[in-house]
Design a protein. Structure first.
Ligand code: OGA
Ligand code: MN
Length: 351
């Protein structure tokens, strides 16, 4: 991801990724994630709790008051980096989880599946209904393909499993549930072209939903001079299953670096690494829980960051309040998804 030629040589950032990433303990009969030493991972939830109790903060961490329920925590080592634990209410988290799964991956928004299957409509519903994605019969439809997709990509459609093989011809097929598990990103607003690592304004796109723009505006406000307003123009939604990682990178494709990137964590807890301007700088590790928001503005925008690990086990995932919200029968597909996944929405002003 991010098209970077991933460093093979060991850097301090790479070492931290290796320290926290998931390894399975294969010595036991059942595959089990190997325990990692989490003692150096910064925990803003407990920092926030003790700050409320006795106004004490660990060295290198300061707090600025905000109109959120929580103050913004800052790191002396990373000017422009802000952490707001529990910035989103459980209701807000539910809303953005639902949108991330149902509306955000809808065309014309692009996902990682576009390159192989073209635009896919209603992936989440198809997975819930046990549908299968089937390659349409290719009876001399070469020209049709070109007209439909510009490039020579065959057409795929969701179909009921029962009807999939009735015609007697074998066609390529993939269960929608597999595609949902393999959904890694979707892009909202201005579409990002990963192959060129740039925004492609000629790609068709919808405006970012107003409610998300307003939320971003509210989150960004404390990092901007009075009167300046953040304009959400693009967002990338990342989906993580157990074992998925986001390698160290810098987001440098936006014109104006004085505007923050707003990064919202949803569902299972993960570890976020923030390093320096080179991979040689040892990064700090911190927990990111559902509802936490990170702002990266100013110098922090130039820092390598990534997510080496998510936790899906009951003890570490910390999603019990979300599970309660999704306990209705009609929400069972969301419940199943969040129990095994983390979602991150990060919002950018591009120009
Ligand atoms: C990104 C990013 C961080 C996260 O998508 O650019 O840095 O917490 N995401 O998933
Ligand atoms: Mn990033």
């Amino acid at each position: 991801m991010y098209g970077s030629t991933e460093d093979v040589e060991r850097t301090a950032f790479r070492n931290a990724e290796k320290k926290y990433k998931l390894y399975n303990d294969n010595t036991r009969k059942k595959k089990k994630p190997r325990a990692v030493d989490l003692s150096e991972v910064i925990d803003f939830k407990s920092i926030s709790e003790s700050y409320h109790q006795n106004a004490e903060l660990p060295e290198g961490i300061s707090a600025i008051q905000s109109d959120f329920d929580s103050p913004l925590f800052c790191l002396a080592s990373h000017p422009g980096f802000y952490f707001i634990p529990g910035a989103l209410t459980v209701e807000e988290q539910c809303r953005w989880i639902k949108e991330s799964l149902t509306s955000f991956p809808q065309p014309p928004n692009r996902t990682n599946h576009n390159a192989i299957y073209g635009p896919l409509q209603d992936l989440f519903a198809a997975a819930k209904d046990n549908k299968v994605l089937i390659q349409e019969e290719q009876t001399n439809n070469f020209e049709v393909e070109i007209i439909q997709n510009d490039i020579n990509v065959p057409t795929w459609n969701f179909s009921d499993q029962s009807g999939a093989f009735s015609s007697g011809v074998t066609r390529k097929s993939v269960p929608a549930s597999v595609l949902l598990r393999k959904l890694r990103w979707s892009t909202l607003g201005l579409q990002f072209d990963w192959s060129k690592r740039s925004y492609n304004i000629s790609l068709p796109h919808n405006k970012i939903p107003d409610a998300l723009c307003l939320l971003a505006e509210r989150m960004a406000a404390p990092t901007l001079p009075l009167g300046e307003v953040f304009q959400a123009e693009a967002a990338i939604v990342n989906y993580f299953g157990l074992g998925d990682t986001l390698g160290g990178h810098v987001d440098d494709m936006e014109k104006d670096w004085s505007k923050p990137i707003i990064s919202m964590s949803l569902a299972c807890k993960g570890i976020f690494l923030i390093g320096g301007k080179s991979r040689e700088v040892p990064p700090l590790a911190m927990f990111v829980r559902s509802g936490d928001v990170i702002l990266m503005a100013g110098q922090a925008r130039e820092c390598f960051h990534g997510v080496p690990r998510i936790f899906t086990d009951k003890e570490h995932a910390e999603i019990s309040s979300l599970e309660l919200q999704f306990s209705d029968e009609e929400d069972s597909a969301f419940l199943e998804y969040i129990r095994n996944s983390r979602i991150n929405i990060n919002i950018r002003q591009v120009y």
